[in-house]
Design a binder for this molecule. Sequence first.
Ligand SMILES: [Zn+2]
Length: 332
Amino acid sequence: MGELRIGNLAAAPGETIKGYLETVELVDGTFAPIPVHLINGAEDGLTLFLGAGTHGDEINGVKAVLDAVAAIDVARLKGRIIAVPVQNPIAYRARFRLITLNQLDRRNMHRCFPGSPEGDISGRICNAIFDTIIGAADVDFVVDCHTGSTGSYYPPLVFVSTQGPKDAVERSLAGARVFDADLMVKAGGKAGVYALGNMLHMVAVERGIPAFGCELGTALPSEEVQYGTGARGLRNLMIHLGMIDGELTSTRNCVELDEIFEVRSERGGICNYLVKPGEAVEKGHPIARIMNLFGDVVDEVRSPLKGHIVTCTCWGTINQGERLVRIGRPAA
Ligand SMILES: [Zn+2]
């Protein structure tokens, strides 16, 4: 397949090269650096892009990608892997979800793909990822690793856009199914939270490149049970794509969801959950008890539908109006 080149980095067949791709120039004259691993297999095969850290505080995703690529033997790899464990280096430095360099374009980079070379900061970094890396390398499959945002905890979950060319959607679903997550969200028009537009997994599929994303726990504290699942899921995908040899490992029964509902708290106080992320609930199943600071239970919240708990908060407390859980309805 020849040399794999991204910016100033180049890997010959059978070679792994790691380095930084410079993006936007900052106030001090340095350039926000995207870390890039180029793993150019000795044998021909597909080209896989593994990204994480679009939100700067989602460390389980970063570690899942690093662990997955650390296990690769480039001499036996069929195809090419391009890994970008931190796609948003500015937010990563700040240990924060979003870019906070100014008040005007404090945007969510997860909603800014494919970006533009004439855009704002987020748009330019997205453009570097989508055009300079994914487009230039003619990537065949994209995975974007996330976690819940701070205060929101997810079981291992994959999300797939169902809006795009049928073949790309089918191949995305097939890849996501081997990841071995607890839940899969098929993000069409109804599963709105993963179909908000301009997300990497959506834009890739719209352009015919199979893709999915994953959620692994929550932001900041890294947890081996979560990033370990992520690394194993990425390895399973490489086996599925014919890039490495091995047996698919499966420990979970992945439930597919096609609609997501939010339940918000009508009371403020201490939040004691009666369910766990990933758990199945019947309509009317108790979800949480809210307790005031005098020790009185002031509310018991029940599930409005039969489904699976997609995410719980992990603050320990809740304000009136805050999201208590997301509940997914299993696909028909
Ligand atoms: Zn994220």
